[in-house]
Structure formats: C-alpha cells, structure tokens
Design a binder for this molecule. Structure first.
Ligand SMILES: Cc1cc2nc3c(=O)[nH]c(=O)nc-3n(C[C@H](O)[C@H](O)[C@H](O)COP(=O)(O)OP(=O)(O)OC[C@H]3O[C@@H](n4cnc5c(N)ncnc54)[C@H](O)[C@@H]3O)c2cc1C
Length: 202
C-alpha cells in the first residue's frame, strides 16, 4: 500500500523494548483505496501466500539467532578468559564452565534442528513440526545464551558498552513474533499426538 495514499495515517510511534525510532507504529486506515496494479497475485489468496512465507521466514529467524548466539558465546568466553575475580579467572570457576558447556550444547542443538528443518523443506515437505520445534526451542536458546553472556560480564553486561544488552532486548521479541512459543508447541503436540510416527526422527 502506498503510504502517501489518502486515508493512511501514522497515529503514533509505539516504543518497544527501548526502540523509539519508529519501527513499530499505530496506523489508522480511513477508506484507503489501493490501486489494483498493487495486487500481488490474484485477489483473495493473500492469507495463504502470507502463511507460505512464514515457513521460510521462521527458519531465517533461526539462522539469525544462531549468528547472534555464537557472537554472545564468543564474548562470554573472551570475558571469562580475562576477568580475574575472587582468586581466579572466571574461566576456572565451575559455574562459569557450566554456562559455557550448556550454551555450546544449546547452540549446537539449535543449529542441527535448523539444518534438519531446512533439509525437510528442501525435500519438498511442509516441515511444520520441524519448523515449529526450532522456532520455540531456538528462541529459548538465544535468550539463554545471551543471558549467560551478560551474567559473565557482570554489571558491564547490562551497559551498552557491549552489544549484549541490545541483543537481550531483541531476543525477547523472538518468543512472540511469527507465532508465540505456545502456538508452536501446540502445533508440534497436536500433530505428534495424532500421528507419533510422523516425528522428525521416525
Ligand atoms: C518485534 C515484532 C515484530 C513483528 N513483526 C511482524 C510482522 O512483520 N508481520 C506480522 O504480521 N506480524 C508481526 N508481529 C506480530 C506477531 O506475529 C504477533 O504479535 C504474534 O503472532 C502474537 O500475536 P498477538 O500479539 O496478537 O498476541 P495474542 O494472539 O493476543 O497472544 C498473546 C499471548 O497469548 C498466548 N497465546 C496465544 N495463542 C495461544 C494458544 N493457541 N495457546 C496458548 N497460548 C496462546 C501466548 O502467550 C501469546 O504470547 C511482530 C511482533 C513483534 C513483537
């Protein structure tokens, strides 16, 4: 829709998780007419087209999340290897080693789940279960890894002197956009309860 169309109005910018730059706005449409040349395909199947976009879109999110989680992981390791506190480097403390090991496991699991979903799509299937699995699991992985990286940085982690605080705020979106966690878990559970033999590993 052309944003200069009569009747298109930005009512207000909606601040979200510290963003005030106008990425999210409240829009009012008053009798807006859209020229038929602007139709993307035939009139009517827009919802179906939008749904079809969502599968690849969700995998794309998971790929971005992997990149961010890997960056957070690197920052966590760098800090642990250089920060001396209470008699040793952080990297020598068992709790911090647990953060590193759990993050590595979660990143690698999300990576393999993303690849598995992509392979299922390449094979021409709808891959609904594979995509929903990695959508809710990957979002939690992203949050967990960034959260641990912040923890290892202590107070520095919540300042904007590192990219982690911004990454943390944006990770919160991931559990909501393109379908909240609860809906993806429902998709997985409903399909597998109906047909356990259709699980990705079956
Ligand atoms: C940063 C960001 C970017 C976005 N970008 C886009 C975009 O580009 N295009 C677009 O179309 N949309 C976009 N969205 C919208 C997003 O897809 C919706 O916000 C999301 O699908 C949830 O819908 P809702 O906000 O209406 O919440 P609701 O549907 O009101 O759900 C609220 C909560 O209720 C619970 N819930 C909902 N359904 C169920 C269920 N079946 N079972 C159990 N619990 C349930 C969940 O906890 C959920 O979080 C974006 C959202 C965000 C935060």
């Amino acid at each position: 829709m052309p944003t200069d169309a009569p009747g298109y109005e930005i009512v207000r910018v909606v601040p979200t998780m510290g963003h005030t730059g106008g990425a999210h706005c409240e829009i009012r449409l008053t009798n807006v007419r859209v020229p038929k040349e602007n139709l993307l395909g035939k009139r009517g199947p827009g919802f179906v087209i939008a749904q079809k976009r969502l599968g690849p879109g969700r995998i794309f999110h998971c790929m971005r999340w992997l990149g961010q989680a890997q960056r957070a992981f690197e920052l966590m390791c760098q800090r642990a290897n250089t920060r001396w506190a209470h008699g040793s480097l952080l990297s020598e403390k068992g709790e911090i080693q647990r953060f590193v090991a759990e993050s590595a496991a979660e990143i690698q699991a999300a990576r393999l789940m993303t690849l598995d979903a992509a392979m299922a799509m390449d094979a021409g299937t709808e891959a609904r279960v594979e995509i929903s699995l990695v959508k809710f699991w990957g979002a939690a992985m992203l949050h967990n890894v960034i959260d641990r990286a912040i923890q290892v940085h202590g107070a520095l982690g919540v300042t904007s002197d590192t990219p982690l605080e911004r990454m943390y705020r944006e990770a919160r979106y991931a559990r909501i956009y393109d379908g909240p966690d609860e809906v993806h878990r429902m998709v997985v559970a409903r399909r597998l309860l109906k047909d356990p033999g259709s699980a990705p590993w079956a």
